[in-house]
Every structure is written in structure tokens, then in C-alpha cells.
Design a protein around this ligand. Structure first.
Ligand code: DC
Length: 224
């Protein structure tokens, strides 16, 4: 039996995970946050006292890193719940380095592809439509202006009690956009067959409804 995959890609803090989670819940699909996997790997590198800018040492940890995403959207790193920890500023500042290493990407992509073979999924990331699931039935590329994304992430952090300033967030978003879209292997890029949604002036519900409409159009999924 083949399952339906919905790929949602786009730059940092474009609201992909909020939308992907809601869409998955409405349709009864599994939500897979691939960014959380790169974040958990980054945390492990830091815990081991390794500089994430050191490719060789970071790659050497591959056999030790076991990441699990639970159905209630928790992230476990070697059996420890790191759901909250991986959203902290030190992870934001370093995750793009870890995500630029081909060997680490290949290891995590293998896990992502295996997950898409076991259920209908909504998978969000940077390279889902272009590299991880090139045959996905539905591909969305979600964007918003840098300013909008920074404000959204700032407000989210305030709600979660994560200390930050708007200036730092905007700088971090710009830096990650640059590294994510300029890396050699599987960079952030819209798939040629993706549907672009600019969410700068849209509410979450408006984006969710738009995505459901696209899914319905492409798959005939009745709930959409
Ligand atoms: O979506 P996010 O902000 O949690 O992603 C964290 C980082 O991981 C992001 O800067 C780029 C990287 N990433 C990636 O390279 N490929 C993915 N499929 C998902 C995330």
C-alpha cells in the first residue's frame, strides 16, 4: 500500500510547523518535524563538547545519535525528552552548520524516508519536496517576509519563556536563511512542482485552509 505524503518546505520561522501540525491533525496524518531532528543532533554535539562548526568531529557522532519523534510531537534524543531544549538560542545559532553536513543529512534522510513509508505524513523541512520525498503528491513552499518571521518567532519565544530580543531573532533568521540556501547538498529551494504560499498577511487558519484545499485538489482527500 502506498501512502500520501505532503511536503511543506520553506525558510526558518515561516510557520511551517504550526500549519503542518494542524493539517496533520485534521487529516489524521502523521506529522514529521525534520528540523527537530537536525536540532536534536546539534544538541548532542554540544553536549559532547564538540564545536558544531567542526564537520569531522560532528559526523563521527552519527552512530551514537538516536532520535525519536512521538505521536504527541515530542522529540527524544537517546531516550531523553529534548522537546523544549532544542528550541533554545544555542541550538538556533548552530543547527545550520550541522544541517549542512552531507553525512549527517544522509543518515537523517534515511530515517525520514522510512517514516513516510509507514503512514500518510505531513513532513516539514527545507528539502522535503526536492530531495527527501521528490514523489510527494503534495508540495507546498511556505514563505513570509524576514520581518514577519522574526516577529512571529519572537512572540512564540516570549510565550514559551525563551529569552531573546527581536534584533537577535531577525539576525538569526537571516543567517540561517543564508546558510540553508547556500549549502552544497540539498539546499533550501522550492521544488519546481510546489505551490508557493506567502503567509506574510495570512492567519494560521487561512494558511491551513489553503493547504487543505491544495491537498484535496491533488489527492481527492475528502477531509480537505
Ligand atoms: O525548521 P527548523 O527551524 O526547526 O530547522 C532547523 C534547521 O535545520 C534549519 O536552520 C535548517 C535545518 N533543516 C534542514 O536543513 N533540512 C530540513 N529538512 C529541516 C531543517
Amino acid at each position: 500500500m502506498s501512502y500520501i505524503s505532503v511536503a511543506i518546505d520553506g525558510p526558518a520561522a515561516a510557520g511551517k510547523s504550526t500549519v503542518a501540525k494542524k493539517v496533520a491533525e485534521i487529516l489524521g496524518y502523521t506529522y514529521i518535524d525534520t528540523g527537530a531532528m537536525y536540532r536534536a543532533y546539534t544538541l548532542y554535539t554540544i553536549l559532547k563538547g564538540i564545536d558544531p562548526k567542526d564537520e569531522e568531529k560532528s559526523i563521527s557522532l552519527i552512530p551514537e545519535v538516536h532520535i525519536t519523534l512521538t505521536p504527541d510531537n515530542k522529540v527524544f534524543l537517546n531516550d531523553e525528552d529534548v522537546t523544549f531544549r532544542i528550541r533554545q538560542p544555542d541550538i538556533n545559532a548552530n543547527v545550520s552548520y550541522i544541517a549542512s553536513y552531507k553525512d549527517i543529512r544522509l543518515a537523517l534522510v534515511e530515517q525520514q524516508r522510512a517514516l513516510a513509508k509507514t503512514s500518510n505524513v505531513v513532513m516539514d523541512g527545507r528539502d522535503i519536496g526536492t530531495y527527501v520525498l521528490p514523489d510527494a503528491k503534495v508540495k507546498i513552499f511556505q514563505i513570509a517576509s524576514v520581518e514577519t518571521r522574526a516577529i512571529r518567532r519572537y512572540e512564540e519565544n516570549m510565550q514559551k519563556g525563551i529569552p531573546c530580543t527581536l534584533e537577535d531573532i531577525e539576525q538569526d533568521v537571516r543567517k540561517r536563511d543564508y546558510i540553508d540556501s547556500h549549502r552544497e547538498f540539498a539546499p533550501l529551494k522550492a521544488a519546481s512542482d510546489s505551490v508557493l504560499i506567502d503567509t506574510s498577511f495570512m492567519s494560521v487558519d487561512e494558511v491551513v485552509n489553503e493547504v487543505l484545499k491544495i491537498i484535496k485538489m491533488k489527492t481527492g482527500e475528502q477531509n480537505g
